[in-house]
Design a protein around this ligand. Structure first.
Ligand SMILES: [Zn+2]
Length: 78
């Protein structure tokens, strides 16, 4: 995959969570409304978050593409 910013080849890899359960993305405004991070997948989705990786033990890992030149990461989300 070519980087949409600089057009150089991106490097394919995986994102790995430290607790082995799941990794997620949250919109920035979440932090201004809540004191604690969501701990369930349902709560992440209810707050507009995106589950990035859900089942590393049984499913093939999702791929992420990194551009080292632009310091960008791109992947498909569900
Ligand atoms: Zn780039």
């Amino acid at each position: 995959m070519l980087c949409p910013y600089c057009k150089q080849e991106m490097i394919k890899g995986n994102l790995i969570g430290t607790n082995g359960y799941f990794v997620y993305w949250l919109p920035k405004e979440y932090y201004s409304k809540h004191a604690f991070l969501p701990i369930t997948k349902k709560k992440v989705k209810d707050e507009g978050g995106v589950i990035i990786h859900t089942n590393y033990l049984t499913a093939a890992p999702d791929y992420f593409y990194v551009c080292r030149n632009c310091k960008k990461m791109i992947s498909d989300i569900n």
